[in-house]
Design a protein around this ligand. Sequence first.
Ligand SMILES: [Fe+2]
Length: 420
Amino acid sequence: MGDIPVVFQKNPAWEEKGSSRIPFWAYTDESIYKKELERFFYHGHWCYVGLEAEIPNHGDFKRTVVGERSVIMTRAQDDSIHVVENVCAHRGMQFCRERHGNKKELVCPYHQWNYTLKGDLQGVPFRRGVKQDGKVNGGMPKEFKTEEHSLNKLKVATRGGVVFASFDHDVQSLEDYLGPDILAYFDRLFSGRKLHILGYNRQRIPGNWKLMQENIKDPYHPGLLHTWFVTYGLWRADNKSELKMDSEFRHAAMVSTRGSAGAKAEVTAGVTSFKESMSINDKRLLDIVAEPWWGGPTAVMLTIFPSVIFQQQVNSVSTRHIQPNGKGSFDFVWTHFGFEDDTPEMTERRLIQANLFGPAGFVSADDGEVIELSQCGFEQKPFHRTLAELGGYECGNTDHMVTETLIRGMYNYWRKVMEI
Ligand SMILES: [Fe+2]
């Protein structure tokens, strides 16, 4: 009878072997998903909201989300950055509809309650009533205080031009949250040089949000799934590499240095995605120029749990924001950027190399599809489990890529917070 359970229990206990066997119900169960939103996105964690360079001027704002909750990132007149929840304090309307813009104040169109860019309520129409025939009709009660009805303000942390927010004002500092090893890789990319926004990609992927984190904590697949990587040697199992996690195993850095072993290395033997005869017409796609700030690695992929991935793949740099919208779906928003001191040639190079990524990227299109099909597999037999046992059952840093240790690490943390 194989894997057909005699009695299917909802959320049976986790099958032991460390955290290496992840039940399919972790991706398909509605109540698990709701609990994840509460415990990872709304409490105790920092979530990515954007880059300071997206709101360079006073009054600039960007609408985005933390988990499923709509928020607005603003730059106030005193240059400070704020994140407020996009829900009017009056009748609860999600009042901001534009993705980006510039405003002097935030106004809910329903009854025109208006707020400062910091989220403080400053105006309530007809607050003192309306004069008619010598008397005053209506108005808010005398004891109504605007100070008690500001927008919900999130705690904000910025570092190196990146903005994080948390609904939880007791959350630890961003630096402690990332931990020293991950922070070092964060600072490598966001060293304080001014960022320059190059553009966005947006896609909706029909899969559980965790699969995106796992995809970038999985150095096993790139040299196997991605024809682009294996054929042109950008990411292969014989690349010099390191995998590092924070002490909680929730964040990770996949660090890789492009090999010099040549196209026909041993590691490509029998790999069906390796296409010896394939060549690129537009050679600009592989016009890679080493930058001083790389300090060795040609690629560092940072997964910051739960909400974001920071990508440096040769000259292409981007943030990838995970925006869950249900147990089996998330929006994935890519912000491609460069640095203000880039030459026009480097900007062009970053834009050309960005073709590897995004929804139709030569590499990333593959990932969107495998995530979708993984979710299909989970939905059809939620009582089963995946196997992440490459490299054993333990979690720990390694100096090679032939391991699923980062995925085990993430589930080690996930089980702790979810109490599963
Ligand atoms: Fe991939």
